[in-house]
Design a protein around this ligand. Structure first.
Ligand SMILES: *Cc1c(COP(=O)(O)O)cnc(C)c1O
Length: 353
């Protein structure tokens, strides 16, 4: 156990908070947050009322994007104590992301204790409706001011939280991005870092202006191979198999992706990880061999794709929308919400204080 300080304002912040009718995704912010400071070593951290933070304008995060983050959920359906889903996988990824940016990660103990602290405090405001949860956003950033190009010697680790519905936009319209690139081998695509999102914003804007939901990224060198969507990994149903791009050193290793691969295999579905050419996939959609496309990530779990589109207006529609995807989403959500057995040991109950 750690010495996380609970600020005197936390109880009243929570007492004054009521869960609104409409949660959306990220629209409602929990009234408390966790914060710990690194300055040669990590302090114990504190839970404080949610509010603005102080940061020097020269802080490296604001200039050199020294920032890594995670996204995860706490559930509380049918159990008094809330549960997380594979939080150690999130910790390991945060540590890898931090290492890629030469940042000092918190220890696994500090990471888990921070999550426990905010989830325990927020337990009364975790929705108990299926599909709803407390979305958790841990993030780590460099706070030392200065322009000198070297890692920050000071950092801050925070966790904010949002009571949320499952992120859903209906069947997505996916715009194939053939001009901009987002990540390359040796770059930061494998790290969950803000810079990757910054690189994706122009294409996202262009896609949105054309009525599309999200951009699909191709490999930076040849623009032939599929990487992923801006914040979700991609799957295709081809014949009676599930295909997904190989982790090539520029794709983010999604924990939902990994969970779906395990889950699908346990249900007897063959899963193939391979380099996937965009033009071959389009031909398979047109020829009917590829019957369904979907994407996955913590926020949406599994999100169906209705249309794949080119900038010139050509569109390709897989025959099925949300068939295999719906089945996998329900199977995974049932484990996450502890409505189904957890043969893989993924559910992680938050221990009592
Ligand atoms: C977070 C993220 C994902 C999904 O990862 P999960 O662990 O499944 O939530 C996929 N791609 C990118 C770029 C991401 O940042």
């Amino acid at each position: 156990m750690t010495g996380i300080r609970i600020d005197a304002g936390v109880a009243s912040a929570l007492a004054g908070f009521t869960l609104p009718e409409k949660l959306g995704f990220g629209l409602v912010t929990a009234p408390v947050m966790f914060s710990a400071v690194y300055d040669g070593g990590w302090d114990g951290g504190e839970l404080v009322p949610y509010g603005p933070i102080e940061l020097l304008p020269g802080a490296r995060v604001l200039h050199y994007a020294e920032l890594v983050f995670e996204g995860m959920k706490a559930y509380r359906l049918g159990h008094d104590r809330p549960n997380l889903f594979r939080p150690r996988a999130n910790y390991q990824r945060l540590a890898r992301s931090a290492a890629r940016l030469a940042m000092q990660a918190p220890s696994e103990t500090l990471f888990l204790d921070a999550l426990y602290a905010i989830v325990r405090a927020c337990t009364p405001i975790i929705p108990r409706v299926t599909g709803q949860s407390l979305y958790l956003r841990p993030f780590l950033f460099g706070t030392e001011p200065g322009y000198h190009i070297r890692p920050s010697t000071t950092a801050r680790f925070m966790v904010i939280a949002n009571p949320a519905e499952v992120y859903s936009s209906g069947p997505m319209k996916v715009a194939i991005e053939r001009a901009d690139s987002r990540a390359s081998p040796g770059g930061t695509g494998v790290a969950k870092t803000g810079g990757n999102y910054a690189a994706s914003l122009r294409a996202t804007q262009v896609a949105a202006d054309r009525g599309y939901t999200v951009a699909l990224w191709l490999d930076a060198a040849s623009r032939r191979f599929i990487q992923e969507l801006s914040g979700m990994n991609l799957f295709a149903v081809i014949g009676d198999e599930l295909h997904t791009p190989t982790l090539d050193g520029s794709i983010l290793e999604g924990i939902t992706r990994d969970s779906l691969i395990t889950l699908a295999r346990s249900q007897g579905l063959k899963v193939v990880e391979r380099p996937m050419e965009i033009d071959a996939l389009i031909a398979q959609v047109q020829g009917g061999e590829c019957t369904e496309l979907f994407a996955c990530g913590t926020a949406a779990i599994v999100s169906p794709i209705g249309v794949l589109g080119e900038a010139d207006g050509r569109e390709y529609r897989p025959r099925d929308v949300d068939r295999v995807a719906a089945r996998l989403r329900e199977s995974l959500l049932a484990i996450q919400e502890r409505r189904a057995p957890d043969p893989f040991g993924w559910v992680h109950e938050v221990p009592p204080a």
